[in-house]
Design a protein around this ligand. Sequence first.
Ligand code: ATP
Length: 293
Amino acid sequence: FLKPIDKINALMEMYPKGMAGFRRFCDLIDTEPDVKDAPDAIDVPSLRGDIEFRNVTFGYEPHTKVLRNVSLKIRAGETVALVGPSGAGKSTICSLIPRFYDVDEGEITIDGIPIKKMTQHSLRSKIGVVQQDVFLFNGTIRENIAYGKLGASEAEIMEAARRAHLEDMIRELPDGLDTVIGERGLKLSGGQRQRLAIARMFLKNPPILILDEATSALDTETERIIQQALEELAVNRTTIVIAHRLATIRGADRIFVVNGDGIAEEGRHEELLAQGGIYARLHRAQFGETLVT
Ligand code: ATP
């Protein structure tokens, strides 16, 4: 009887910290009562992941629009990188896809179906979000991974851990998957936390993935492993990355440059560099590379 209460207590302790990290995506569910299922909302059984914004205008406040008349298409299975200065609206675009907010004007569709016509539950079950600050609770590694799919089997959890390159670490622990993490257990490094979040996503297996790439420095080897795990995770999924790393940006099928109130430029890395516009300037400022590649 006491064990669950202890867990709830631990969760309550973790809550403010976890929520700070999840603020942009998850906190919104509670603070936005305006987002409601339509009376005739449909439970979408599956989605391919063709995403389209049609003339979307959106602001958190009625008189301050963050996005104006934004139109974009992301094809199923494609990996796109959102780049742009701080405050440009990259996270906002990502928050609109799981419908954490409703658009003021225009429409967002997935596979041609307006997201407003889907139940929020069925829509969000098709979208995985990997944030910079991973929300972990004070339970076992098993429980933290299984958070991606409640009721997952041992084999599924181990497979997800393997694909996220966590298997070796788990094998070396005396309690393996049952090792408690958090306040009273194993302390995980930043890289391990990210891999745990990736394991959750392999388990959840959503057709659409939103990645908010970490800005914090990791050692080169850890970064390589995480990059590799993320690339594997992105295979056969529509992936939208708020990108900070040059390797991600270069590897993307397309880059959207978010600036001011919308998409200023769109194309592949080389194309955008050749244009000599905003992307080329941003790229030079961020990575210090010359325009000639
Ligand atoms: P960064 O790279 O710094 O994360 P970003 O490009 O993701 O920035 P957004 O977080 O989408 O930008 O923010 C776009 C604008 O919307 C900013 O002016 C920001 O202050 C504002 N904004 C973001 N979230 C909220 C919110 N929950 N309520 C009110 N305004 C918000």
